[in-house]
Design a protein around this ligand. Sequence first.
Ligand code: FAD
Length: 400
Amino acid sequence: MTSPVSPAVDAVVKPDHGASRGHFIFTDEHEQLRESIRAFCQRELAPHALEWEETTFPNWVFERMGELGFLGLSYPEEYGGQGGDYYANIVLAEEMVHAECGGLAMGVAVQTDMATPPVHLFGTEEQKQRYLVPAIAGEKIACLGITEPDAGSDVAGIKTRAVRDGDEYVINGSKIYITNGHRADFIVLVTKTDPDAGYDGFSLFLVDMDLPGVIREKKLEKMGMHASDTALLAFDDVHVPADALLGQEGKGFYHVMWELQSERMIGAAGAVAGAQRAFDKTLEYASERTAFGRPIAKFQVTRHKFAEMATKIESARQMVYNAAWRVHNGEYPVREITMAKLHASRIAVEVADECLQIHGGAGYMKEYGIERVWRDLRLNRIGAGTDEIMLEVIGRSYGV
Ligand SMILES: Cc1cc2nc3c(=O)[nH]c(=O)nc-3n(C[C@H](O)[C@H](O)[C@H](O)COP(=O)(O)OP(=O)(O)OC[C@H]3O[C@@H](n4cnc5c(N)ncnc54)[C@H](O)[C@@H]3O)c2cc1C
């Protein structure tokens, strides 16, 4: 394309609203990956989405995704991964919306971008062989236990204790709202090993969920994300060997803060993609639905709603891609990730609400799926850290 500012005198320059590639951070390989994930979601997952809202999605989804290589896109080949870069994870988070099943996308994201990254970064070789390799293959399902009945935003307030006893640790405590908690084979568990040591008193453990004393108390009923399972877990004198410690003893708080960045990035990418999908569906609906003799999309007020939503989505997407670019380049951009997570979550909720409004009564009906998107996306402002906590993190990063 010639410069839009000074086109050749005889050229007619028309706006180009389509782009062959999503963004300059993505290569042709990423776009091919995007296509294959999307085709898999549309062909093998989306047809079951409604059924899984009732039953939660089945475990074969992990096995199948492991077989296709989707659970280890950026992990090294020596552990069964695809050896790709960080952008591949963003592509996965974006394309999973085509499963049309928010709870499923969340369950998979817990496996790929929340529970396994600490095993890869902090784990010993033996731990990687025992947990990371089968998790990438889809043979073991992972969950992550941070939140407790008395401590969510205030991670430092957790009470789950791990006490050294000879060659073992004995764990007692409970965790709540744990995604994949009912189906998981292992949990990356945040505990306190030294309650008097402040932020230096936390440790992570890899705990097999079939150990005596691990109790899957109940499946929690939720407002949305119905296809995922969400557990209340109890740990009652659970004995784990000393080598179940993940990372350094006493450094678990810092390890989990690192993990949360990955969780927030992927949550933000998924929120943008979810908003985009709601937008696309709604644009289609508004172009077909007529009122007062014309498609409702042709009312200026509706057109402006689409313009506002598109601009919001684009702003959040650019923030996600910018933060991903920094991660890709080896930075630890906590402020940018936090801003992207906050903004993406907020706009996703706003877009879902506006889309529901544009659907009118149909938006309130289950059949159109938009009310489900509205319920599912609402979680983004709470999970992986609430909006208020994101604002705290951003504000404090300026030293105030
Ligand atoms: C469906 C679902 C799935 C989840 N999956 C997992 C999982 O797999 N693993 C896991 O560990 N956790 C999981 N969570 C937990 C989630 O991360 C927490 O719910 C979230 O971090 C908020 O913690 P809380 O619920 O205890 O809220 P609280 O901490 O009790 O917060 C309540 C309110 O107080 C506000 N607040 C708290 N502190 C401050 C402050 N300092 N300043 C201003 N406002 C404040 C909050 O923003 C919020 O509005 C999940 C939650 C849900 C709903």
